[in-house]
Design a protein around this ligand. Sequence first.
Ligand code: ADP
Length: 484
Amino acid sequence: MLERISVQTHDLIIDGRRVPASTGRTFDTLNPANDAIIARVAEAGPEDIDAAVRSSRTAFEGAWGHTKASERGALMLKLADLIRRDEDELVQLEALDSGKTVSAIRRQDLPAVLDTLVYYAGMADKINGQVIPARTDALTYTVREPLGVVGAIIPWNFPLMIGMWKIAPALACGCTVVLKPAELTPLTALKIGELALEAGFPAGVLNVVPGFGKVAGQALVDHMDVDKITFTGSPGVGRQILHGATGNLKRVTLELGGKSANIIFPDGDIDTAIKAAASGIFFNTGQVCSAGSRILVHESIHDDVVQRLAARAKSIRLGDPLETATGMGPLVSEVQMNRVLNYIDIGRREGASIVTGGSRHGVAGCFVEPTVFAGVKHEMRISQEEIFGPVAVVIPFKDEEEAIRLANGTVYGLAAGVWTADIGRAHRFTRRLKAGTVWVNTYGPTDIRLPWGGARDSGFGREHGEAAIDNFTEPKVVWINIGR
Ligand code: ADP
């Protein structure tokens, strides 16, 4: 497979065609497992973004606007079929580009992509308005109209899955999409763009424009003819997007970071809790916005949990993401690896102790050992800031009150988990934890039917489920005077 994906140049996808960047510029995309160049990719600049937005506007006003809702759904199901057909290639591309393991992509990302597509395909022709009998002298009702041209800016940690979380509901609603994948992982987005053309989506319905955030991303955010930005990424960029969107008062949905607490009480199922705590932080090499990066453990079981968590961390097999036996791949890039190693140093300097891990793994590729910190104080930077790597901090607590205070004591509010057999306690925690999702006796699963998002520095708005329909449509009132 490596041979088949020899270094080649991938163009932008604009208006149904593959085109080079207007400047002719390209950038390299690397395999973080061995630093090899895997492809050159056309680098979209402001002119290309403008061309993409104009094409998406034309499609919105024209061909796509005239496509029946049920046909939109049928095209989405066709795209799902093509994704199934090319699943092996998509899995390999995603792994090569991002360092995610093939086994996780196959088990988790790909099924989620298909589930999302099929779910919203089914919803395309069920987006209804309401007859609201407000008056006796008028027939008054609402219709839900698509917002228009959507700019979707996605990160590198789940390129396929998060891409589809945005594309599928937007297309189901009748919007058109300009997709700006992360510069580190553009390949599967381009492949999806190609498959969409093959499926028969009209030109301009899904344009794919890889490029750098500060140039291509910013141009999309600033563009006066984009109606909506849906973004997943870091809080810093989220703030810039919010500023940029003021020009034409774009709608914005932001799904940002987290520093989620996973709280373990002695009455919980400790064996399962430890397993879930390990995968909660080490899955996807810790590059998950809802990673359970703070493990809060009742003091009576603290030492035991730390030891067993460390043993699990040690047993994780690091290696080539393309091998099915690999448990954890590299971080996505050298920059990200150095950022994580820097945080580990910060933790050391702050006085926390490393129970296991703490170093780079090997000399090639962007691997960092799964790391567990104990002796962590709540105020430490490693306990407050999102590391986005395989680094767990374990913090003891005395009682429920302290657990809640610690759990809620960061700027984030995306997710939290609690392990307990006490039903009253479980409900007290689901009520008091400030998070968009609270897991009880599990950690980490998401489902496209359930709203997803957070508060404070984790962003605002909800994706998934019917909530996403509200993100891409707006109600219009029709008032027909019928007289008396
Ligand atoms: P990270 O810092 O973890 O790489 P980012 O939030 O920077 O995550 O990246 C998420 C996405 O946001 C990427 O597609 C990136 O290109 C894009 N991006 C980065 N900066 C900007 C910006 N100023 N405006 C718009 N998009 C941006």
